[in-house]
Design a protein around this ligand. Structure first.
Ligand SMILES: Nc1nc2c(ncn2[C@@H]2O[C@H](COP(=O)(O)OP(=O)(O)OP(=O)(O)O)[C@@H](O)[C@H]2O)c(=O)[nH]1
Ligand SMILES: [Mg+2]
Length: 305
């Protein structure tokens, strides 16, 4: 597996934190490609996504997770329970945890995440993200001291996932703590997710990014066709919403919004799949999909280990 006499290392690294702190941005930055979608809105990631980063003799298998969030009102739906479970289950059997916070902002949801990692036996690295947005770096120290009084962190690293600052320091800190082991995945594999999954996610990302506050959470995407005809990849994606009115919003005035979503998604797909892509989008009302365990399962929300 490794051509020199370096020790072979491999292990699982959970990336956890409340919604919107930059977990998926960090994963994409480490891998140098987009495998997990990101947006300004909380609760963008819904599934566990593995990002496999192999460098020389070391293979770090990062687990991107949905942000752990409080159940309240509408958020106490089946899909929200699924997301919190997906995040929490990622903490089982990992070798290392990267706990991400947004600078020195500490909310009730950060506290909730912290309580889930507080007593873990594996090392936890604390990453303070978005420091490119921090005016006064002196703010970090008292914040770190307070947290470090509550649990021993293997390392505390201020980073900017979006600009890449200190991300290699974080990668090093991870690499040196991985157990000696053979690699679990082939060295050229970057994720456990299929291209179909990524295609659906890219459509959802554009929906998240182009719509107002509530609607994105009522939406999911199913890929109905994913096949090559000659050199062109033909993708048909079905956007499911909860209500008729939501369908109208996604389609937009004279279909303008859905065309824009399609154009943006297609650009990313061509990049990701290194192929010409023809993308067709449909919108359909499927009432109650987000609060119905059976419907969720049939839509692929059934991957909890
Ligand atoms: N300024 C700045 N913005 C960042 C940084 N990292 C992430 N962001 C932004 O923060 C927002 C949330 O990023 P995501 O990576 O989607 O966050 P997440 O933690 O995966 O969120 P969920 O999937 O909802 O749990 C996006 O708008 C990112 O561009 C950073 O280092 N600096
Ligand atoms: Mg995410």
């Amino acid at each position: 597996m490794n051509g020199n006499d370096q020790v072979s290392r491999c292990g699982y690294v959970a990336i956890v934190g409340r919604p919107n702190v930059g977990k998926s941005t960090l994963l994409n930055r480490i891998l140098g490609q987009k495998i997990s979608i990101t947006s300004k809105k909380p609760q963008t990631t819904r599934h566990q996504v593995l990002g496999i980063h192999t460098e020389g003799a070391t293979q770090a298998i990062y687990v991107d997770t949905p942000g752990i969030h409080l159940a309240q009102g509408d958020r106490n739906k089946a899909i929200n329970r699924y997301m919190n479970d997906a995040a929490t289950s990622a903490l089982r059997d990992v070798d290392l945890v990267v706990f991400i916070v947004d600078r020195t902002k500490w909310t009730e949801e950060d506290e909730l995440v912290f309580q889930r990692i507080e007593h873990l036996k594996v090392p936890v690295i604390l990453a303070l993200n978005k420091v490119d947005w921090l005016d006064d770096k002196a703010e970090l120290l008292p914040f770190i001291q307070k947290l470090a009084a509550r649990r021993d962190f293997a390392e505390v690293i201020p980073i900017s996932a979006i600009q890449g600052d200190q991300v290699s320091v974080l990668e090093q800190a991870v690499a040196q703590r991985l157990p000696e082991s053979i690699h679990y995945f082939p060295d050229d594999q970057v994720t456990d997710r299929s291209q179909r999954f990524l295609a659906a996610e890219l459509v959802r990302e554009k929906i998240m990014r182009s719509l107002g506050n509530e609607l994105p959470y009522q939406t999911t995407v199913e890929i109905e066709q994913f096949k090559y005809q000659g050199k062109t990849l033909h993708i048909h994606a079905l956007i499911l919403v909860e209500r008729e009115g939501q369908k109208k919003i996604i389609i937009g005035e004279k279909g303008e919004r859905i065309r824009q979503i399609g154009r943006d998604a297609r650009v990313d797909m061509q990049d990701a799949f290194e192929s010409k892509v023809m993308l067709n989008l449909w919108v359909k009302v499927k009432r109650g999909w987000s609060d119905d365990d059976r419907a969720l399962k049939s839509l692929g929300f059934d991957d909890l280990g």
